[in-house]
Design a protein around this ligand. Structure first.
Ligand SMILES: *[C@@H]1O[C@H](CO)[C@@H](O)[C@H](O)[C@H]1NC(C)=O
Ligand SMILES: *[C@@H]1O[C@H](CO)[C@@H](O)[C@H](O)[C@H]1NC(C)=O
Ligand SMILES: *[C@@H]1O[C@H](CO)[C@@H](O)[C@H](O)[C@H]1NC(C)=O
Ligand SMILES: *[C@@H]1O[C@H](CO)[C@@H](O)[C@H](O)[C@H]1NC(C)=O
Length: 204
């Protein structure tokens, strides 16, 4: 009697398929956790929809991503580096910032661009996306940039404004050193090349 009762419980439990949400916590932003059925309709893209927009970037499909950006977007790249400034035009941003930076990367190496966390979205006009870009520049510089894009969405689900905060020093190195060709990361630097104030910060 006891064993058969136990067997019934086991059979009953095995009949219940474990839902996807079993692994989901408030910080688990996997698509399976975010994109549950019966998404409430929100004024601005919710985290599931934002994930789908950024999936295009992860797949290297820049044109599909840019289709979700308004043509007259106001895109600010913060910091002090060659790409910093305010762009008022999607095409100019795409060519002068995104393409110029991606051209410093060596296509022979694996590159990746991952969305790691989203804050906001849904009923909020603004969201923050934490991103992680990795690759190797043509001159050998390891490109490993954790950055974030603070975005304002319009009601058509497109990015109308963005403020990007990024690793200025890394971007400057990628641009300057690649475009000038002055340094490569396989160079043997055994000769003292004194800076403007000399070694040990004393002028010679
Ligand atoms: C997040 O959720 C997904 C889908 O349910 C699951 O596969 C993954 O293991 C979870 N990650 C963590 C860190 O719990
Ligand atoms: C990019 O995305 C668009 C829209 O989803 C699709 O039609 C196109 O085939 C994709 N391009 C590539 C190279 O995957
Ligand atoms: C963006 O700039 C391009 C190139 O100068 C121009 O052809 C286009 O009309 C501009 N778009 C907007 C929305 O200003
Ligand atoms: C650096 O980038 C520029 C512009 O994208 C490219 O034309 C050039 O070949 C690159 N330089 C090197 C050393 O790879």
């Amino acid at each position: 009697m006891y064993f058969s009762f136990k067997l019934i419980i086991v059979l009953a439990l095995s009949a219940i398929s474990i839902p996807v949400s079993a692994h989901c916590s408030p910080t688990n932003q996997s698509e399976a956790c975010l994109c549950t059925p019966d998404q409430p309709v929100t004024k601005y893209p919710n985290k599931c929809q934002i994930t789908k927009v950024f999936d295009h970037l992860a797949q290297g499909n820049f044109s599909a991503f840019l289709a979700q950006v308004t043509p007259d977007v106001q895109w600010t790249l913060m910091g002090t580096h060659a790409l910093a400034g305010v762009y008022h035009n999607r095409t100019i941003f795409a060519i002068d910032a995104l393409q110029r930076l991606s051209k410093t990367l060596d296509p022979a190496h694996k590159t990746s661009l991952k969305l790691t966390f989203i804050v906001g979205g849904g009923d909020s006009e603004w969201s923050v996306q934490e991103l992680h870009g990795q690759g190797v520049c043509k001159n050998g510089l390891i490109y490993d940039n954790k950055f974030n894009w603070v975005t304002r969405w319009n009601t058509e689900g497109k990015i109308a404004e963005c403020r990007g905060y990024l690793d200025s020093a890394l971007v400057q190195r990628a641009i300057t050193e690649n475009e000038s060709g002055e340094y490569t990361y396989t160079d043997q630097r055994n000769v003292l090349k004194a800076g403007p104030v000399g070694t040990g910060c004393t002028s010679e």
